[in-house]
Design a protein. Structure first.
Length: 135
């Protein structure tokens, strides 16, 4: 938004703007980055990622003093923390997971629970129109 207090993303698959608050206590300007179907906002020790498939944002927060620098691929984003390890966000998941959580099967549990709550949610497979992000 123009006031810098939130970031918003829009996608035709979810015909509305979805906002996420920006932590005003973190110094520095939020930086939006997009690539493929992915949109993230880097902001100090936080990285906000938008899931076009789910129409939701999720945030990974690293310890104070660490910078959340995303590495983007066509369908995923990863962030490395020297003290907490690796975090991965995939469009289909709509949520950040640690590498340990992925190995432990937490992604499958999350998707089963998310799909049971909203059986009409759009499929993460198929055509995804471009999205837009504003700060």
């Amino acid at each position: 938004s123009d006031d810098g207090k939130q970031a918003s993303a829009y996608c035709e698959a979810h015909p509305n703007w979805v906002a996420i608050p920006i932590n005003q206590a973190i110094k520095g300007k939020p930086v939006p980055v997009s690539g493929g179907r992915m949109v993230v906002v880097m902001h100090g020790s936080q990285c906000h990622a938008f899931s076009e498939a789910r129409g939701t944002w999720d945030t990974v927060s690293l310890p104070d003093g660490e910078k959340a620098t995303p590495v983007m691929n066509s369908d995923s984003v990863s962030v490395h923390s020297p003290t907490k390890g690796d975090f991965v966000f995939k469009d289909a998941w709509g949520k950040w997971f640690t590498s340990e959580e992925i190995k432990a099967g937490k992604v499958a549990e999350h998707l089963a629970q998310a799909n049971s709550k909203s059986p009409d949610s759009p499929s993460p497979v198929g055509r995804h129109p471009p999205n837009r992000t504003t700060l």
